[in-house]
Design a binder for this molecule. Structure first.
Ligand code: FAD
Length: 384
């Protein structure tokens, strides 16, 4: 039952890590607790820092065919409806970052990664909940809830925001922002408002925002509405329910308010992150993805950073030669990745504060954004 690599968690992060390491020639086993592989049926933005890697992995064409290549990334004031600033995602953008900005249905990307892992020979197992990992000098022992124990040279924790394996390096808990997200991905024809399929647009307002973009070659529209819950602020146990949704957007434009009617009401996502931690390695266990650096979703980077993790981990292992020096590779991966993802985590929080500001701050923000002459000076650090 020994493999080179055991990956715990079959989300976008775990599948990416499994694929990157398997195509580099390592034997990989991936354990997912759910009975079937899958993702929530909503959209995902992939910036060039992730699509460059997908191209290197030979998966970009498939992802592009399943998704949409938007022409603009737009910020607009949710109250006045005025456009504030946009990044042109066509010619100059793609030349600068050597890859496109893509929006894709999560289940499409997830399926593409599962298929790619199968082709690369990853042993994929569902219905296996990982409980903990113990290490000796050169082996990771992964203990599952059903009593199975797996041996590997390294274990990669990709078990998400509520990671059990993270306990080996930190005794922290996810931090609730008091904001909650509602999502909805529906056929374009069913949208109550007109949505430009050329744009990824974020309508930003006081303590709320709405993101809209096209999916599946423009056949569908994806929406994410996020707001600060008054119930959470009052300390209520049940908070962020649908009754709060309409009220939170009451001051917004008619377009924004009417668009809310097509959001799913039966499920919602309270928004959590954690503070950055420096050490992701314990013995032969290493954290990746949301298990390592969960972030608020305002930069649309959580999955992109998980893909970066996978790419860097495989590259660091490769650097150590034909007989991998796993300890050196894990240390180099940790040292290279933790400062970058810490910056993304912190910036995501600040970005949320800027989006959700009210009063005179909102007026100043709008003034600054409308007069912004160099959008790239804000995106180079992340996308380049
Ligand atoms: P997860 O997706 O949480 O996957 C963890 C997997 O591990 C799951 O399959 C789970 O079932 C499994 N698992 C958990 N525990 C165990 C266990 N003990 N044993 C075995 N398996 C286990 N990011 C972007 O890049 N772009 C976006 O546009 C974007 N939009 C977002 C919008 C919203 C509303 C939210 C909430 C997030 C968004 N993100 C976005 C963030 C992104 O979704 C996450 O960062 C990313 O999916 C994390 O992937 P992961 O594989 O690390 O974790």
């Amino acid at each position: 039952m020994t493999t080179d690599v055991l990956v715990a968690g079959g989300g976008i992060g775990g599948l990416s890590a499994a694929y990157a390491l398997a195509t580099a020639g390592h034997e990989v086993r991936l354990l997912e607790r759910s009975a079937e592989f899958g993702e929530v049926g909503a959209g995902l933005q992939l910036a060039p820092n992730a699509t460059r890697i997908l191209r290197e992995w030979g998966l970009l064409d498939e992802v592009t065919q399943a998704g949409v290549l938007p022409r603009r990334l737009v910020l607009a004031d949710a109250v006045s409806g005025d456009e504030l600033v946009h990044a042109d995602l066509t010619g100059g953008f793609q030349e600068r970052y050597h890859a496109p900005y893509i929006v894709v249905h999560r289940s499409d990307l997830h399926r593409i990664l599962v298929d790619a892992c199968r082709r690369a020979g990853v042993r994929l197992e569902t219905g296996r909940t990982v409980e903990r990992v113990d290490s000796t000098e050169d082996t990771a022992f992964t203990y599952c809830a059903d009593g199975t124990v797996f041996e590997s040279r390294i274990a990669v924790a990709a078990d998400g925001l509520t990671s059990k394996l993270r306990r080996a390096v930190a005794d922290d808990e996810p931090i609730c922002s008091g904001y909650v997200a509602y999502r909805g991905a529906i056929p374009l024809a069913d949208m109550p408002t007109e949505v430009s399929l050329d744009d990824v647009i974020a309508w930003i307002g006081p303590r709320c925002h709405l993101v809209q973009y096209g999916l599946r070659r423009g056949e569908m529209v994806n929406q994410v509405a996020v707001f600060a819950s008054p119930g959470f602020a009052r300390g209520e146990i049940e908070w962020g329910g649908p009754q709060e949704l309409e009220e939170a957007f009451a001051s917004c434009s008619e377009h924004v308010r009417r668009s809310l009617s097509s959001l799913w009401r039966d499920r919602r996502w309270p928004m959590y992150d954690r503070l950055p931690v420096r050490d992701w390695v314990s013995g032969r266990l290493v954290l990746t993805g949301d298990a390592a650096h969960p972030m608020l979703q305002y930069l649309a980077q959580g999955a992109c950073q998980a893909i970066e993790d996978a790419h860097t981990l495989a590259a660091e292992v490769a650097k150590t030669g034909d007989t991998p020096d796993w300890d050196t590779a894990l240390a180099a991966f940790n040292a290279g990745r933790a400062p970058r993802t810490a910056r993304v985590q912190r910036t995501a929080r600040t970005w949320g504060d800027i989006w959700h500001i009210d009063g005179v701050g909102r007026l100043l923000r709008n003034e600054l954004m409308t007069s912004l002459s160099d959008v790239y000076s804000h995106t180079d650090w992340l996308y380049a």
